[in-house]
Design a protein around this ligand. Structure first.
Ligand code: GLA
Length: 733
């Protein structure tokens, strides 16, 4: 028997070796890059090149002759999608247990299909098949030509007669060539989101992952940067930005092989997620989104921003609303009168919308703090006797829009929802409940729960058609992951984490079908959930509850590498000791909002706030839709500086902030070289957002060429008296 199977394996090997006559070479192209795949003698498809665009197609097949990427000991290093249990010995992208219990898979190239969706977007589909089990794997590569972005995902089809189990099912498996790789990844924590760490990768595997279920980014976001050959630089060098579009557990392996090439395997975290796939069904992995730049991280970020605005973020090229939020102004302590007064404050300040935060709901267990009421989404009659409808109308009368906070995925044990539906709650049946912010997660793998969550939102909009904004929060991580629903149906708990996120997306999809345009903010106890799949449904996200403006400069700086300003909500609050001007100037570098008590503002502060909003309204389109250039890195300097330039290079805005209080620092020591302007145009530079008519120290009659501004630079004179300086740069004809 054993001898027979050895003979059979040899036959398969020999016969497959004779399949390939000539190697097949496949390419995916974007404006700056070419990605090349090639078959080997056994028809395994391998990544042989990802780098600068190659001009001569006929030379592509020769790349292999120049690089050593095949290892005889370990199978191949550079499989387009590395299977396990057969010839491959390295970290797999795919690990399947077949219906008969066998855990071996081999993937053989079958065919390619290329579909040009439009001038910019081309979808390439590559079909691979296991010769023994007939399992089908389709690799999808969507190339956004102008943006240099590739979106990659996989479909795994079970063609067997019974279920198979997916043990590992990555979205993408890249193979990169360089002397050395530097990985920047980010640590999370409440109030300390997106803290970068750059590290040189050495042989072996470095993993970034999260297993927190909901609110994954609280530990680490699925977002990273790779710099080739040297640590990352703003405007030079080869940089890959990568991010997984998945709001749940993820795992990204960075394996430096024995030739010092890098294998990147990104996807859903296999942790506790062995996924049974029924016969004749297809599993679609989330998208892994990446861009490769040869001009540093600035160029890479701009590509990703453009892609995100055009193709991904809901209404990415549309309008946004400035707002006044009451979270820090009132916390849970408010009533109808207080709120309607705040509308007037919002109007006085000049914002577009008032956002009513947590605490407006629940009656049997009123939501007066975070220990009760979550799940009971009816207006609290004591606080809001006339309901939300009244507030919507009052706001409209005041000339301001009205939006509310929701956290529909969660429940407090002290709530009517929990009493009615204990089986809707995620918890281990035999273990005590374990709370995060006194709450538990609802089981979104259960379609009834999905209906309920959709119903919460739908009812709010149906009852209050004037409702203009939702802040969708998600404060708890998923402790004691277990679904009573899956258990009752005899289904594997291995599906839970995945089905939860799919359930969430399905609810969001239903919301968007019915309410396509309503702006929604993606929030998760700060920035616990920020990714490009969720952002299909949201117009913006909340980066962090930390609004201390110095801290915020760094947080926003880090997010700016991956997410455009139009989606990054920044609120002016009372955190920290910085003056209102500094706080507002910092918030203006993204989507501006306020969370302050307007009536506590001094006269000068109020006038400044009003002026800042007026200025913002004039400039917001450049900030939201312009190209972003990071000029001075606050991690390496005493100031931070960045700018946005409009499409025609005729209007720009530059933000400068002092980030150090060192005594010796009296002024910006030297000029800052601007970027992104037209060298042949002439520009007038003016300082705006001046507090209480304090005159600017800058000469506003100076007209300088783009060439001068980008070569010699301009000194915004940031110093301890001028801790933030905003400049407009306008073409003079
Ligand atoms: C989370 C959010 C905050 C606020 C509170 C309300 O922490 O990040 O902005 O909405 O919830 O409970």
């Amino acid at each position: 028997m054993i001898r027979n199977s050895i003979l059979w394996v040899c036959l398969v090997f020999i016969s497959s070796a004779t399949w390939a006559q000539q190697p097949t070479t496949l390419t995916v192209e974007t404006q700056s890059n070419t990605l090349v795949f090639q078959t080997d003698a056994q028809n395994h498809l391998r990544t042989i090149y990802f780098g600068k665009r190659l001009k001569n197609k006929e030379e592509l097949a020769l790349i292999e002759t120049q690089n050593n990427q095949r290892d005889v000991n370990t199978g191949i290093y550079n499989s387009i999608y590395t299977p396990s249990g057969s010839w491959n010995m390295l970290e797999p992208a795919l690990n399947i247990v077949h219906a008969d219990g066998n855990a071996s898979t081999d993937l053989i190239y079958q065919s390619i299909n290329t579909l040009k969706e439009n001038e910019d977007v081309t979808l390439t589909t590559i079909l691979l098949k296991d010769p023994v089990y007939q399992t089908e794997v389709k690799i999808f590569l969507k190339a956004y030509f102008q943006e240099d972005v590739i979106e990659q995902w996989t479909e795994i089809k079970n063609t067997e007669k019974a279920p198979i189990t997916l043990q590992k099912y990555a979205s993408a498996n890249l193979y990169l060539n360089a002397q050395k790789f530097y990985l920047t990844h980010y640590l999370g924590a409440w109030g300390r989101e997106m803290r970068p760490e750059e590290t040189a990768l050495t042989g072996g595997i470095k993993v970034i992952d999260s297993k927190l279920g909901t609110r994954t980014n609280l530990y680490e976001p699925p977002t990273f940067m790779l710099s080739f050959n040297k640590p990352s630089e703003e405007d030079q060098g080869d940089i890959l930005l990568g991010t997984l579009g998945w709001s749940g557990n993820f795992k990204i392996d960075f394996e430096v092989d024995s030739y010092h090439n890098l294998r990147v395997i990104a996807g859903i975290n296999p942790h506790a997620s062995a996924y049974p796939l029924a016969s004749n069904t297809v599993f679609k992995t989330p998208s892994f989104i990446y861009t490769l730049s040869h001009q540093g991280k600035g160029f890479a970020s701009r590509n990703l921003h453009r892609w995100a605005r055009k193709y991904r973020i809901l209404d990415g090229t549309g309008e946004r609303l400035t707002l006044l939020n009451n979270w820090e102004a009132t916390y849970f302590d408010f009533d109808q009168q207080k709120i309607t007064n705040l509308f007037k404050d919002g109007k006085k300040l000049g914002v577009d919308l008032f956002l009513l935060d947590d605490g407006w709901f629940a009656n049997k267990y009123p939501r007066n703090d975070d220990t009760a009421g979550l799940g009971d989404w009816e207006e609290n009659r004591k606080k809001l006797p006339d309901g939300l409808g009244y507030l919507v109308k009052e706001a409209q009368k005041t000339g301001i829009k009205f939006g509310i906070w929701l956290e529909p995925e969660m429940v407090n044990p002290r709530s009517e929802l929990y009493e009615k539906h204990p089986d809707w709650v995620v918890k281990q049946p035999q273990r005590p409940e374990h709370y995060f912010r006194n709450q538990l997660v609802l089981d979104l793998s259960n379609p009834q729960v999905q209906d309920y969550v959709f119903g919460v939102v739908d009812k709010l909009f149906t009852k209050n058609p004037g409702l203009a904004f939702i802040k969708w929060d998600c404060n708890a991580v998923t402790f004691n992951a277990h679904s009573a629903y899956l258990q009752a149906r005899g289904e594997s708990q291995g599906k839970f984490y995945v089905e939860y996120i799919k359930g969430l997306y399905s609810v969001l999809e239903r919301i968007r079908v019915k309410y396509p345009k309503i702006p929604m903010m993606l929030c998760s106890g700060g920035g616990g959930r920020v990714d490009y799949e969720a952002l299909k449904y949201f117009t913006e996200f909340w980066p962090s509850d930390n609004t201390e403006p110095l801290e915020r400069i760094f947080i926003q700086w880090n997010y700016s590498h991956y997410f455009p300003a139009v989606a990054t909500c920044n609120h002016v609050t009372d955190w920290g000791k910085q003056p209102l001007k500094f706080r507002t100037d910092v918030a203006m570098m993204g989507k501006l909002g306020f969370d302050i008590v307007v009536e506590h503002l001094s006269k000068d502060d109020l006038v400044f706030g009003q002026l800042a909003i007026e200025n913002y309204n004039k400039l917001k389109n450049i900030i939201w839709q312009g190209e972003q250039y990071r000029l001075v890195d606050p991690y390496k300097n005493d100031i931070a500086s960045l700018m946005y330039v409009d499409e025609n290079q005729s209007k720009a805005i530059m933000f400068n902030y002092l980030v150090s209080n060192r005594f010796e620092l009296t002024a910006t020591p030297r000029a800052i070289q601007l970027k992104g302007l037209n060298p042949n145009k002439r520009y007038k530079i003016e300082e705006i957002n001046l507090y209480a008519n304090t005159p600017s120290t800058l000469n506003s009659s100076l007209i300088l060429s783009g060439d001068f501004l980008m070569t010699v630079g301009y000194n915004p004179e940031v110093n301890d008296k001028r801790t933030s300086v905003i400049l407009t740069i306008n073409e003079v004809k």
